[in-house]
Design a protein. Structure first.
Length: 168
């Protein structure tokens, strides 16, 4: 297990396209485990993509197992691809690589994602709601796309927190 350093916006590597895997080997499994360990030591992260730790390969982890309403995951995915999408929803997103910022982003309401699991087995995930958002966000990272590119409006996380406290 290893915690890797999370790269932040301004780092050129976050803007590059990641390479797919030809097969899921021990090195791929180690990367997935490191992504998971790194994600778990953040305060409230729900997903992490390989470029965020400086590796330009198509690997992501998504973990909504702490979600009270609808716990799902963790998912450790190699070569994830969105094969179907429908509907739309606007969600307020943040990113571990863009600390202090939140933004409203329009995403599909439902997506079907195909990927390989850590054993190289093909899996299909039918996701809606938050899981669909997080999968789209993480897969974007593999193409060098960040949520701030898609956001219709950006906020400082601190301002949002203060407003929430005032309205309580
Ligand atoms: Ni992100």
């Amino acid at each position: 297990m290893a915690i890797r350093q999370i790269r932040e916006i301004g780092d050129e590597l976050l803007r590059k396209k990641s390479r797919p895997y030809e097969k899921v080997d021990d090195k791929a499994r180690e990367l997935l485990q490191d992504l998971y360990d790194t994600l778990k030591q953040t305060d409230d992260g729900v997903g992490l993509a390989a470029p965020q730790v400086g590796v330009l390969r198509r690997a992501i982890v998504v973990d909504l197992s702490m979600d009270e309403e609808n716990p799902q995951g963790p998912f450790k995915l190699i070569n994830p691809v969105i094969v179907k999408k429908s509907g739309s929803q606007v969600c307020r997103e943040g990113c571990l690589s863009i600390p202090g910022k939140l933004g409203d982003v329009e995403r599909p309401k439902k997506v079907t994602v195909e990927a390989l699991d850590e054993n190289g087995k093909k899996i299909t995930i039918k996701a809606d709601g938050l899981l669909a958002v997080v999968l789209c966000h993480e897969i974007d990272h593999l193409d060098g796309v960040l949520f701030v590119d898609r956001a219709t409006e950006l906020f400082n996380a601190e301002d949002v927190e203060n407003e929430e406290n005032e309205s309580k």
